[in-house]
Design a protein around this ligand. Structure first.
Ligand code: AVJ
Ligand code: FE
Length: 456
C-alpha cells in the first residue's frame, strides 16, 4: 500500500514522528562524539545541541503540554532554549554527551507515544483544544524535528573531513528539459494566499486571505549553475549596478566571487564544488545552490529581471486558474510522490533543472517544491489577522517591530533536504539576506503586459 503518512487528509502522527527520528539518528550516528560536540561553523550549533534540543521541544510540547505529565528534565530547558544562548556560545555549555542525549530522546519519545495513544481515544478533547485538533501539536513537533534535520544536514555540508554521508544521484533530466520555454505566464487576478484549513499549517501560514496580482512571467525552472556562471564570467560580482547597496557593501567586505563551496581550478578555469566532503565539477544543468539573497537579487537585475514577491511565488505554486482554487501543492492536493518533487533527502543534491514534470504547476512551471529553497523579494511579515500559535518564538519574534526594517527575507518551496511533512505551497521559511549555508537558490520573473494574457 502507498505510504499516506504525509497526506493532509490522513494524518498519521506516529508515522511522521518515527520517520523524523530515523533521519535524526542517521545524521548523528555517523560521527564520533568529538565531532558531534564540535562546532563546525560559528553559524551552526554542535550537532549534539540540535539532538538534545529536538528531545527537549518534544518533552515540552508532547509530554508536558499535550500529555499534562510532569517534566522529565526541567533542568534542560535553559540549555536547549535557542533564545538563551547564541549558536556560537553553545559549544561551551555543559551539554549532554551524545549517548545521554540519545537515551533522553528515547525516553521522551516513549512517553510522547503513550500520550498520542491516550488522546487518540478522546475525540472530544481533540476537537475542543486547538493544540490537539487533528493532531496539530504532533505534526508541529514532527516538522520541528525535520527542520532541525535539514539544519544538521547544512552543518554536515560545512564540516571538513572525510565524507560520511552518501545517496544515489538524482535521475537525469527528462527529454523535454532542453526545449522548455524559458518563462511561463501566471495570469492576473485574485488568488487565496495562506490557509485557514490545512490542519498542520504553522501560525505564519495563516489565515487565508485574498490577494490581487497583475499578470507576470516566471522562470519555468530555477536559475541553473550554467546561467549563474555567465553572470560570474561577465563580471557580475564586480559591477555595482546590479547590487543592492547593502549587498554591494557585503560583497566587498566578504570578498564574494562565486557561490559558497565553489572553487575555480587555476589551470583549466573550470569550476569545482565541495559537496558533503567530496570535490566534483559543478554540474551545469543543476539549479544554483548556496547563494545569498544579495547574490540572487544581483543576478536578477543583471538578467534584466527581478525576484518574485512571496505572493507571486505562492500564486504560481498553488492557484489553479481552471477552478479558482488553491491547492496544497503545485500539481494538486495529493502527494508528494517521489516523481513530483525532490524532497526528503533522497538525494544529496538538486535534480537537473526541468526535472519532475509530474510536479508541474498549471502554468507549466517546474520544481517549485523541492530541490532548492527559492529566495523571494519579500521581507518576512505577518499576514493580516496573524495570531501567534502556539508560541511567539516560532514566528512572531522574527517579524519587524512597527516602523523597523525587517532583518529577514522569505524563502519558499523547500529543498532536497526538506521532508514532505514540512513542505507545502503555503509553507514559509526565512533567513538573513547574507546567509549561504542553507540549501537555497532562486528563480526570476518580470511584469507581463495586459496584452500578454491569452498568449502562451
Ligand atoms: C523556520 C527554519 C527559520 O531553524 O530557525 C526550528 C525553524 N524554529 N526551531 C529555524 C525552527 C524553531 C526555523 N526556520
Ligand atoms: Fe528548534
Amino acid at each position: 500500500p502507498r505510504d499516506r503518512a504525509h497526506d493532509a487528509d490522513v494524518l498519521a502522527p506516529q508515522a511522521v514522528l518515527e520517520a523524523a527520528r530515523r533521519r535524526t539518528l542517521a545524521l548523528t550516528d555517523c560521527l564520533d562524539d568529538d565531532e558531534l560536540m564540535a562546532q563546525h561553523s560559528p553559524l551552526m550549533s554542535p550537532l549534539g545541541w540540535d539532538l538534545a534540543h529536538i528531545g527537549n521541544q518534544e518533552e515540552i510540547w508532547l509530554v508536558r503540554r499535550a500529555g499534562g505529565r510532569p517534566a522529565l528534565r526541567p533542568d534542560l530547558d535553559d540549555l536547549y532554549d535557542a533564545f538563551r544562548h547564541p549558536r556560537a556560545d553553545r559549544p561551551a555549555l555543559p551539554l549532554l554527551r551524545p549517548d545521554r542525549a540519545r537515551r533522553y530522546l528515547g525516553e521522551v519519545r516513549e512517553q510522547a507515544l503513550e500520550v498520542l495513544d491516550a488522546i487518540s481515544g478522546r475525540a472530544a478533547d481533540q476537537e475542543q483544544d486547538p493544540l490537539l485538533r487533528r493532531g496539530f501539536v504532533f505534526g508541529m513537533i514532527a516538522q520541528h524535528e525535520q527542520q532541525h534535520d535539514e539544519t544538521m544536514l547544512a552543518t554536515h555540508q560545512l564540516r571538513s573531513g572525510p565524507p560520511v554521508l552518501d545517496a544515489p544521484p538524482p535521475p537525469p533530466a527528462p527529454s523535454d528539459a532542453a526545449t522548455l520555454p524559458a518563462e511561463v505566464l501566471v495570469p492576473g487576478g485574485p488568488f487565496t494566499m495562506g490557509t485557514s484549513t490545512d490542519p498542520w499549517a504553522l501560525d505564519n501560514e495563516r489565515p487565508a486571505h485574498t490577494v490581487e496580482l497583475p499578470p507576470f512571467w516566471l522562470d519555468t525552472v530555477p536559475v541553473t549553475n550554467a546561467a549563474y556562471q555567465r553572470f560570474i564570467e561577465e563580471g557580475g560580482y564586480h559591477d555595482a549596478r546590479w547590487w543592492h547597496p547593502d549587498g554591494w557593501e557585503h560583497r566587498r567586505r566578504e570578498g564574494l566571487e562565486a557561490p559558497r563551496f565553489w572553487r575555480r581550478d587555476g589551470a583549466s578555469g573550470s569550476w569545482y564544488r565541495r559537496r558533503f566532503g567530496r570535490v566534483e565539477p559543478v554540474p551545469p544543468e543543476q539549479p544554483v545552490l548556496h547563494v545569498c539573497w544579495y547574490e540572487a537579487d544581483a543576478y536578477a537585475r543583471w538578467a534584466g529581471r527581478r525576484l518574485p514577491t512571496e505572493a507571486e511565488w505562492e500564486k504560481a505554486a498553488r492557484h489553479d486558474p481552471a477552478t479558482g482554487r488553491g491547492t496544497r501543492y503545485p500539481w494538486g492536493d495529493d502527494g508528494p510522490e517521489p516523481g513530483q518533487a525532490g524532497l526528503g533527502q533522497r538525494h544529496l543534491q538538486p535534480a537537473p533543472a526541468g526535472s519532475y514534470p509530474a510536479g508541474a504547476a498549471p502554468s507549466g512551471a517546474r520544481q517549485l517544491l523541492g530541490d532548492v529553497w527559492e529566495w523571494t523579494a519579500s521581507d518576512f511579515t505577518p499576514y493580516p489577522g496573524f495570531a501567534a500559535f502556539p508560541y511567539r518564538e516560532y514566528s512572531e519574534v522574527f517579524f519587524p517591530a512597527p516602523g523597523a526594517a525587517s532583518a529577514y527575507k522569505v524563502l519558499r518551496g523547500g529543498s532536497f533536504a526538506t521532508d514532505p511533512v514540512a513542505c507545502r505551497s503555503t509553507f514559509r521559511n526565512w533567513d538573513h539576506p547574507v546567509r549561504r549555508q542553507i540549501f537555497a537558490g532562486f528563480r526570476t520573473c518580470r511584469d507581463a503586459a495586459p496584452a500578454d494574457e491569452g498568449r502562451p
